[in-house]
Design a protein around this ligand. Structure first.
Ligand code: ASP
Ligand code: MG
Length: 412
């Protein structure tokens, strides 16, 4: 029997009527003869509410307790959805992440999945049940509950699809697919029928709303991911292995423009220009699970160097205190001015696998930004992406200008 994993986001489950609507959608997949595993997010903004509540009793809530608290949001939606399915006459059962066999490491708030023991989920499916799994959570070897980071239910869904060798993973949300840019910023943005994993990974990491780790998993285990709306039947976007012939010269070169406003920059001034300094700076950040994005190093004339790098704004305080420790260890004065932070930045990215080996895209992007009087603070590139760090208040304008210049509103 074919297995499909369907993930429903918080807005699709925001109230009782929406939960019943989701139950109907799941039941029609069941009627089509598929074995359905549903993965759910917490209802509406309830995760934000729980975080707010935690901060009313503590200025820095204990990480273990916070994760256990946040995991309850997904338990509410999974149990309610299961009750709704049973009321419609379907056999169904809800499972917490730990009951579904999802093992993680011990990084509270950003845990990574180590393995999934699918025995229980499979047993329930064999008994003809629809299995509803609480997303975004797992359990450590010490039986502590962890969460996977904001938006982590996408990752639960793709990981389960991979472990169950499902046909595909369907992600139902409040947008009906992947667009060439955020339609709220660019009204003429176009919905893509399909996109390659690598392109989607770049878009998801740099602004499009999908948990990037879910796309990474999809690529690693070759699980096609279908993204569509839970509110209608409009065709969505399939994310899959690059279709054959995608490198042909007549292919559209740029696939999409992404904007990420969760960007903060840290500049460390006048560190010694000698081997080991970058390692000393970035190793502790890696250890506490902070990922660093754009890095720029400038060599000064006096055997010292300035290093600037970006992290997500949510990691800024943690990153700053790690950097202070390193500076103290290096014997560098960590007083005023030697560490400067800026959290008014954004990154705008042009993404497309067709850009590989084709010169001129970077300069074209810089020209568009220059003509729009948008200053570029930092630049990074991958084979299929060019990103510029700019001022956040110019971010949306940058997306509109680039979308127009690369003519992304014109179909394939
Ligand atoms: N409920 C969690 C969050 O809001 C996880 C998710 O929605 O995927 O971040
Ligand atoms: Mg949510």
């Amino acid at each position: 029997m074919l297995i499909v994993v369907q993930k429903y986001g918080g807005t699709s489950l925001a109230d009782a009527d929406k939960i019943i609507n989701v139950a109907h959608r799941i039941s029609s997949a069941k009627i089509d003869g598929l074995n359905v595993v549903a993965v759910v997010s917490a209802m509406g903004d309830s995760t934000d509410e729980l975080i707010r509540l935690a901060h009313t009793v503590s200025s820095s809530p204990d990480e273990r307790e916070l994760d256990l608290l946040l995991s309850t949001g997904e338990l509410v939606s999974s149990t309610l959805l299961t009750m709704a399915l049973k009321t419609l006459g379907y056999e169904a059962i809800s499972l917490s992440g730990s009951q579904a066999g999802i093992r993680t490491d011990t990084m509270y708030g950003r845990a990574r999945i180590d393995s999934i023991d699918t025995a229980r989920v499979k047993k329930e499916m064999e008994n003809g049940r629809i299995v509803v799994v609480a997303g975004f959570q797992g359990i450590t070897d010490n039986q502590d509950i962890t969460t996977l980071g904001r938006g982590g239910s996408d990752t639960t869904a793709v990981a389960l699809a991979a472990a169950l060798e499902a046909e595909r993973c369907e992600i139902y949300t409040d947008v009906d697919g992947i667009y060439t840019a955020d339609p709220k910023i660019v009204p003429e943005a176009r919905k893509l029928a399909e996109i390659g994993f690598q392109e989607m990974l770049e878009l998801a990491s740099y602004g499009a709303k999908m948990h990037p780790r879910s796309v990474e998993l999809g690529a690693a285990f070759n699980v096609p991911i279908y993204v569509a709306s839970s509110f209608g039947d409009a065709p969505g976007t399939i994310i899959h292995e690059e279709p054959d012939g995608s490198q042909m010269e007549n292919r559209i070169k740029v696939t999409g423009i992404a904007l990420n406003t969760n960007v903060a920059k840290i500049t460390v001034r006048s560190v010694p220009d000698q081997p080991g300094v970058a390692a000393a700076l970035f190793e502790p950040l890696a250890k506490v699970g902070i990922s660093v994005d754009t890095i720029v190093q400038n060599t000064g004339s006096d055997h010292t160097t300035d290093i600037s790098f970006t992290v997500s704004r949510t990691d800024l305080l943690k990153a700053e205190s790690e950097v202070k420790l390193v500076m103290d260890e290096l014997g560098t004065d960590s007083g005023t001015d030697s560490i400067v932070t800026d959290s008014t930045l954004a990154s705008v990215s042009v993404v497309g696998s067709g850009m590989q080996n084709t010169p001129g895209y970077a300069s074209r992007m810089f020209r568009v930004l220059a003509d729009g009087q948008i200053n570029i603070d930092m630049i990074t590139t991958s084979e299929i992406r060019i990103s510029c760090i700019i001022r956040e208040d110019q971010g949306e304008e940058a997306v509109r200008l680039l979308h127009r210049d690369f003519q992304l509103d014109k179909g394939e």
